[in-house]
Design a protein around this ligand. Structure first.
Ligand SMILES: NC(=O)c1ccc[n+]([C@@H]2O[C@H](COP(=O)([O-])OP(=O)(O)OC[C@H]3O[C@@H](n4cnc5c(N)ncnc54)[C@H](OP(=O)(O)O)[C@@H]3O)[C@@H](O)[C@H]2O)c1
Length: 270
């Protein structure tokens, strides 16, 4: 990669996860990365912590960059520097902005050689995210390599048609919050059943963690592993009966559908 080939607009949580992932996987040296941010505070901190460059001047930031990662808050797009249109001519622009569609991004980056939209989730901060992504046009081989390196820094990934990104936002993006809510509910159930809070919290977390790992490794479906745990008339069956009676699956289905609808509304209003 040429020197300073990736410029980051925004240096918050997501940009930090990306930079750390790229450096940890030795995809590029710190000298190839440069960042800026609105106040400069977060970008200076990221630069100091990782050894990448900080460049507050937008023309200088983008002069040597071949790829531009847009990692500020989605609402900042409306007030983004109008010089970005001219400064990103011929560059690969990769956006992580939730709820900002390719058509909207094209208004700000009309002359990019290609536009890519990534939808990561918060476990990306430890390289354990899952990212749905799509590109405005078919990626060239070399841009595909760049995009893949950035995706790998965040965890696993899947290319999807853009119209699926609202559902990906609900399942992958909001999904961690639903999982945390489930962990909290398991913990509270343990406390209600007589466990000390600390013990209940530990068992709730490790049970979810271990079950997810086993599911990932086994190649079995969740239903198959569930049935391995549940013997007829046993303790698990007693609990599963309550989940079914209280319409657990329907509730989760409605949860995902509500989040998907909201993602669509937010993208339309952008
Ligand atoms: N966090 C996640 O896991 C996650 C998951 C999916 C998608 N995303 C997306 O990632 C993006 C960033 O989220 P985040 O959690 O990293 O936010 P964050 O931690 O709040 O960081 C926002 C960054 O944007 C900078 N900034 C604000 N306005 C700017 C502008 N006009 N030009 C350049 N930089 C600007 C801020 O700079 P200063 O504070 O220094 O002024 C800060 O560095 C969002 O669009 C979000 O939708 C994040």
């Amino acid at each position: 990669m040429p020197s300073r080939s990736i410029a980051f607009l925004g240096a918050g949580h997501l940009a930090t996860a990306l930079v750390r992932g790229l450096l940890a996987q030795k995809i590029c040296p710190p000298a190839d990365l440069v960042c800026t941010s609105k106040s400069g505070v977060s970008a200076q901190r990221l630069a100091a912590e990782t050894g990448i460059a900080f460049e507050p001047d937008l023309p200088r930031l983008l002069a040597t960059a071949d790829t531009v990662v847009v990692a500020f808050k989605p609402q900042s797009l409306a007030t983004a520097d109008p010089r970005l249109a001219a400064l990103t001519v011929g560059k690969l622009v990769i956006s992580v902005l939730a709820g900002r569609r390719l058509a909207r991004l094209t208004e700000t980056f009309p002359h990019a050689r290609n536009l890519v939209r990534l939808l990561p989730n918060t476990p990306a901060a430890i390289g354990a995210g899952i990212t749905g992504w799509c590109a405005a046009q078919k990626l060239s081989d070399s841009d595909h390599v760049t995009v893949r390196q950035i995706l790998d820094a965040l965890g696993t990934h899947a290319e999807v048609p853009e119209e699926q990104l609202d559902a990906i936002t609900a399942l992958g993006g909001s999904g961690p919050a639903f999982v945390y809510e489930f962990v909290a509910a398991l913990r509270d159930g343990g406390v209600a059943a007589g466990l000390p809070a600390e013990t209940a919290a530990k068992f709730a977390l490790e049970t979810v963690l271990g079950s997810a790992r086993l599911l990932a490794r086994s190649g079995a479906t969740p239903e198959q592993l569930r049935d391995q745990v549940a013997s007829p008339n046993g303790t698990t069956a007693a609990g599963l009966q309550v989940l079914a009676a209280r319409q657990f699956r329907e509730t989760v289905r409605e949860t995902i559908l509500a989040a998907t609808r909201r993602a669509g509304e937010l993208a339309r209003d952008a």
